[in-house]
Write a protein of this length. Structure first.
Length: 269
């Protein structure tokens, strides 16, 4: 499961009342526009339920399902950005063109498995949500939450931030926010905060209980900009055992003043 989580996180880097629709899987939406938003949007969802029962007993009504929710903006370029990032979570061997096809594909996978393993008595589920977490001129941040269960000890869960510049219609990468060579200094600052947060001595080894490559602290590219600073998120299994869940690490704006690119989101937030 750890390998799956790492793949989904890498794939994303590369590439609200709702009525239920229990047919073959339709879409539903509800408007959600706040005064602070610069880009109006509504939340839509696609839901698909399996017709294959998990038990011959008429008293067991549970069934496998796939639910994908997403904001729909008037700006189609933003919609395509979110769509492509969501499609990337499906894996390297699947190439879905939209949310409906993705949900259908997941349920089709379950039904094919169930046809071969008739005694299998568990349901599968896919739950993907894309939620707007920050929006201001020149900056849109969404949190993609991917939760999938296809058997095993626990679901596979991955949280990924999507950062987008609506004005330039492009993804915002970490390096674009820092002065040249700033990543090294940022990492040093982040490690100090991380060690304090984890109650680790400055020279304590990261070999015991952490999964950093070569036991050396490193930042990932999973970040968002909050009102407190630059926040990074490590997923379950990424740097710690699954039981510890996700790890969030916030670097205050005051710590970024010497490495933030002038007139960037980190200096004008």
């Amino acid at each position: 499961m750890r390998k799956i989580s790492v793949f989904i996180l890498a794939a994303i880097g590369l590439a609200s009342c709702q009525s239920e629709n229990r047919a073959t899987g339709g879409a539903d939406s509800t408007a959600l526009v706040t005064a602070a938003d610069t880009l109006p949007y509504t939340y839509d969802s696609v839901k698909v339920y399996s017709k294959a029962p998990v038990s011959p007993s008429p008293n067991v009504t549970d069934t496998s399902k796939a639910v994908i929710s997403f904001p729909r903006f008037k700006d189609e370029a933003v919609n395509q950005f979110v769509l492509l990032k969501t499609m990337a979570t499906s894996g390297p061997d699947k190439h879905y063109k939209d949310y409906q096809e993705y949900a259908n594909g997941f349920i089709s996978g379950f039904e094919s498995f169930k046809a071969q393993e008739k005694e299998y008595g568990q349901t599968w589920f896919l739950d993907i949500s894309n939620k707007v977490v920050a929006q201001r001129p020149g900056y849109l941040s969404l949190l993609n939450t991917f939760v999938s269960y296809e058997g095993g000890a626990h679901p596979n869960t991955v949280f990924s931030y999507l950062n987008y510049d609506p004005a330039r219609q492009r993804e915002i990468l970490l390096d674009s926010l820092l002065v040249p060579g700033g990543k090294k200094q940022l990492t040093a600052i982040a490690e100090k905060i991380f060690r304090a947060q984890e109650k680790l001595a400055p020279k304590a080894s990261l070999a015991d209980g952490y999964f950093f490559k070569d036991n050396v602290f490193a930042l990932n590219d999973n970040f968002t900009i909050t009102d407190k600073g630059l926040m990074f998120l490590y997923n379950p299994y990424e740097i710690k055992a699954y039981v510890f869940g996700k790890t969030e690490l916030t670097i205050p704006f005051a710590e970024l003043k010497d490495i933030a690119r002038p007139n960037s989101l980190l200096t004008n937030y």
